[in-house]
Ligand binder design. Structure first.
Ligand code: FEO
Ligand code: CA
Ligand code: CA
Length: 640
């Protein structure tokens, strides 16, 4: 979700030298003979960076880079094809319930709940029987443009429209297959499933049943209706899907008497999304605990259509972009996550228990149903000397006591921001996606931008967030000392985005190759290519310091050479977000979100296709978020 309009600055790269040279074999910590290697092998190719990656025999990045994007088109390099797939409104294939898409947006709320949601975001491919030609595609639908979602946009506002808006949010699971060279949705399918803003979710972890989670409709505080503003996706080694509930605060109307807790979480008098006008649950004056039930990482088992999705509160509450899993040498899960909000934090969670194998009639997902409910949560502090420390958010330690305002661990995870404030975590420039190299131990994180950095009454620059008025963003990396559960780490900047043509030193960046700004999506593929996707806002593109950057894009980063090469440019005013590959590396799925987004995030209902008509290009038609299927004409590996 591109909600921030930023300009930025650059740091002196030499002031933050690369700490981990991944090309240096002496610095690689391979896990031969360890349990981690066994687990990585058992779950390959689910873990990025595992052994057994598809091999091209050529250079890591073999395609011819493309120019910046300027039109309402999606462009990929020579030798590649890109086809829109599973757009908003397409029936997902629930048996006996497959309402066709209506181009005038007149599908009902009930029909929308059986169709692809709007505003595709993070996604992951789950092979069926290890196949690269049949699997499940699970994806987030971050938010909606109500101007596009309804035939008359926002001219009227009714409960039916609220329900349709809620049904277009959440997550979709579809079965897909490669048939005669083209990917298709398998319909009907027993796996076809939607999770919307009204789907029941269980609550796991220390906030389950907590007083701050109880509402009139759920006096036990153990079941929440819905997930929304789901941004990035993560895949667990045990085969489940993790999704972050990001800007949940935009959905609640909290009145004009905000308490300190509500203020700290960005609640406002009026909601951005107008659900509260017809669905009282989103009136936080009447239901002050309802917002506490969002901002979690949710876990979904896509292979078990009867499974109940769970909010994993042990991972902490945040405007979560997403969550990504590494495995320690002794087989425990470490979940890294960030909070995409200005001056918020990066977290990690280390599970108490080891990842259990499948067996005794249970799938791996079923054997690890409570794994993420028990463990230790930490917030990151990045120090000026290139070191860092993971500070434990544990009740009774340091300031996190009853006297400090935290009654118990449940209150700590619900108020993770306040707990992190108390511990002195580092306030970051909007952490978005992370990517983990299980083999080298490196973790990468995009910091998309933060124009407020260094502004009056705002935090100033620091070593890891070194640019005031940071409109360009960048990517950082760190490596925990010892293992992924290490409580100290070393960090550095991987790349500072920017354009050398800019006058302001802070906006030049240090990109070696094709320029970009506002990195958001970040995916490390099995061959070792780090894919960077961008999300500059419509108000920000094509002018000022971003005038040479073009449409939002996806680029390949070679970690050995530092080269950045442009692979894909999207249609007008879209954001590129999420990428996943089949195990054989020959198909990549990429999500294109909000083509034609207006500067106000609301389409003009009189002319919904004013800025983009991608991908249908029908006269008078509406733009639709969609997945793009990318293949190489010669059947080769994507990126080679
Ligand atoms: Fe939903 Fe942080 O982008
Ligand atoms: Ca973003
Ligand atoms: Ca994002």
């Amino acid at each position: 979700m591109s909600k921030d309009f930023d300009t930025m600055e650059d740091s002196n790269p030499s002031a933050n030298p690369s700490i981990h040279d991944v090309s240096d074999p002496r610095r690689r910590r391979l896990l031969h003979g360890s349990l981690a290697a066994a687990i990585a092998s058992a779950f390959a190719p689910l873990l990025a960076g595992c052994a057994g990656a598809p091999r091209s025999g050529g250079p890591l990045i073999g395609f011819k880079g493309i120019a910046i994007g300027t039109g309402d088109a999606l462009v990929v390099p020579e030798g590649y094809t890109a086809e829109a797939f599973a757009p908003w409104g397409e029936p997902i294939g629930v048996p006996g319930a497959m309402p066709a898409w209506k181009p005038d947006a007149s599908n009902s709320a009930d029909e929308q709940a059986l169709q692809m949601g709007m505003h595709h975001d993070g996604l992951h491919y789950y092979p069926l029987d290890g196949s690269s030609s049949r699997g499940l595609l699970v994806m987030n639908h971050e938010y909606v443009d109500d101007g596009l979602l309804h035939p008359d946009g926002l001219k009227t506002w009714t409960l039916e429209k609220v329900r349709k808006s809620q049904a277009a949010h959440g997550v979709s699971a579809i079965e897909i297959a490669l048939v005669s060279g083209r990917w298709q949705i398998v319909r009907p399918s027993r796996y076809a499933r939607r999770f919307t803003a009204n789907t029941p979710f269980a609550i796991g972890g220390p906030a389950a049943g907590h007083a701050l989670m109880k509402t009139a409709a759920d006096p036990a505080g153990r079941t929440v209706l819905g997930t929304f503003n789901n941004c990035a996706s993560g895949m667990t080694p045990w085969g489940t899907y993790l999704s972050g509930e990001e800007n949940f605060a935009y959905y609640f109307a909290a009145g004009d008497k905000l308490d300190a807790h509500q203020r700290r979480w960005g609640l406002r008098k009026d909601a951005f999304f107008r659900w509260a006008e017809h669905d009282e649950r989103f009136d936080a004056v009447k239901h002050p605990n309802e917002p506490n039930r969002f901002g979690w990482v949710v876990e979904i088992d896509p292979m078990d259509p009867a499974s109940t999705p769970v909010k994993r509160t042990a991972l902490g509450r945040a405007a979560h972009e997403g969550a990504w899993v590494a495995v320690t040498k002794d087989g425990r899960a470490v979940v890294y996550s960030g909070e995409d909000a200005r001056f918020e934090y990066i977290y990690k969670f280390v599970s108490r228990d080891k990842i259990a194998p499948a067996g005794a009639g249970k799938t791996a997902a079923q054997a690890n149903r409570e794994l993420l409910d028990h463990g230790t949560l930490y917030v990151a502090r990045f120090d000026a000397d290139g070191s860092g420390r993971w500070l434990p958010l544990v009740h009774g330690q340091g300031p996190l006591t009853a006297a400090g305002g935290f009654a118990d661990q449940g209150e700590i995870v619900i108020k993770a921001r306040q707990a992190s404030d108390a511990l002195g975590g580092t306030k970051m420039d909007r952490p978005e996606w992370l990517a983990i190299d299980q083999k080298s131990g490196e973790v990468y994180c995009t910091l998309t931008n933060n124009s407020a950095r260094g502004q009056p009454n705002m935090p100033g620059v620091d070593a890891v967030n070194p640019r005031a008025n940071n409109v360009m963003g960048g990517v950082i990396r760190w490596k925990d000392d010892g293992d992924f559960d290490g409580t100290t780490f070393r960090w550095s900047h991987l790349v500072l985005a920017g354009d050398p043509a800019n006058e302001r030193a802070e906006a030049k960046g240090n990109v070696k190759g094709d320029i970009f700004a506002c990195p958001d999506g970040l995916v490390l593929d099995a061959r070792g290519v780090l894919w960077i996707q961008t999300d500059a806002h419509a108000t920000q593109m094509y002018k000022g310091e971003l005038k040479n950057i073009g449409n939002n894009q996806m680029l390949a980063f070679d970690r050995a050479t530092g080269e950045v090469r442009r692979f894909l440019t999207g249609p007008t005013n879209c954001e590129i977000t999420g990428a996943t590959l089949t195990p054989d590396g020959t198909t990549m799925f990429v999500n294109i979100q909000h083509p034609g987004e207006t500067p106000s995030d609301r389409s003009d209902p009189a002319e919904p296709g004013k800025f983009s008509r991608w991908p249908d290009f029908a006269p008078g038609g509406r733009p639709r978020s969609a997945t793009v299927v990318i293949r190489k004409r010669d059947g080769g590996l994507i990126g080679s």
